[in-house]
Design a protein around this ligand. Structure first.
Ligand SMILES: NC(=O)c1ccc[n+]([C@@H]2O[C@H](COP(=O)([O-])OP(=O)(O)OC[C@H]3O[C@@H](n4cnc5c(N)ncnc54)[C@H](OP(=O)(O)O)[C@@H]3O)[C@@H](O)[C@H]2O)c1
Length: 252
């Protein structure tokens, strides 16, 4: 397992599960998100509970200069990052075509541009050292037509799978992690009505991350945690678009 990991969106949900799981395996952490007080509090908990180093790097990943600062940390050869987890994400309260285009630009920055820049920095730095890994948190939405969000996640899933194949020979691994509905702050923050989503569709973030880390160790380029979502993702890839789009409309 890696000795130093940088995780974006480390202050809530899946990101917090990642930093705890990695710290429990002895990895030092660099935590990225916007809320400095929350970053400090998660970092203190990691130091206390797991005895690891935890640095905080406050950044808004929709701001170009902030992304550049985080990319610099990822590229550092003095304090190497062995695992990058591109996890930070959010959703807009409304379907593409009804939202403000400036908000859509910020979504594109957060879900596509920021992970692209950080992955670029990681591939170059890790390539030079001949080892390292990147986990890009996408979504099972990547396999369904479901507005701009799923299009962004499809882009990152596709790039991740190619990058894993392309850079494996240099010792660098890339894995797309495609979660289904997971209990976090995500839906509340995005003002989504998830009351129609049945209980069986909800995943636990800690279990999701444990399965994802197992998949990374097994060398998978795509991790879809839980049997139910493996089945749903397979169906979504092969069923007619109109049918999948209608089924995937839940949760908004
Ligand atoms: N929950 C689900 O059902 C689900 C399903 C599929 C995929 N996903 C994906 O999983 C990832 C994590 O989501 P989650 O469910 O854990 O969400 P969450 O509980 O809302 O946490 C989101 C994290 O991202 C950070 N963040 C948001 N905007 C940011 C920005 N502009 N710059 C830097 N950090 C930012 C937040 O911290 P600050 O607010 O302090 O910045 C927070 O730490 C996302 O990429 C999401 O698309 C989630």
């Amino acid at each position: 397992m890696s000795s130093r990991a940088l995780v974006t969106g480390a202050t809530a949900g899946i990101g917090t599960s990642f930093v705890h799981a990695l710290a429990a395996r002895g990895a030092d952490l660099v935590l990225v998100a916007r809320d400095t007080a929350r970053l400090e509090s998660v970092a203190a908990e990691l130091r206390e509970r797991h005895g690891v180093e935890a640095d905080v790097l406050p950044a808004d990943l929709t701001v170009e200069a902030d992304v550049a600062r985080v990319a610099e940390a990822v590229a550092s050869q003095d304090r190497p990052v062995d695992l990058l987890v591109n996890n930070a994400g959010a959703s807009l309260a409304g379907w593409f075509g009804t939202t403000e285009i400036a908000d859509e630009d910020r979504q594109l920055d957060l879900l596509v541009r920021a992970p692209m820049h950080l992955m670029d920095a990681a591939l170059k730095a890790m390539g030079e050292r001949g080892r390292g890994a990147v986990v890009n948190v996408t979504s099972v939405a990547a396999f369904t037509p479901r507005g701009a969000y799923s299009a962004h996640k499809a882009w990152l899933t596709n790039l991740s799978q190619w990058a894993d194949w392309q850079y494996a020979s240099q010792g660098v691994r890339v894995m797309a992690l495609a979660p289904g509905f997971t209990r976090t702050e995500f839906h509340q923050r995005g003002e989504m009505d998830v009351s129609g989503v049945p209980g069986w569709m909800w995943l636990d973030a800690d279990r999701l991350v444990a399965e994802a880390l197992r998949d990374l160790e097994r060398g998978k380029s795509l991790s879809i945690p839980s049997k139910r979502y493996k089945v749903l993702a397979t169906l979504a890839r092969h069923a007619p678009t109109a049918l999948v789009a209608r089924a995937a409309k839940r949760g908004r």
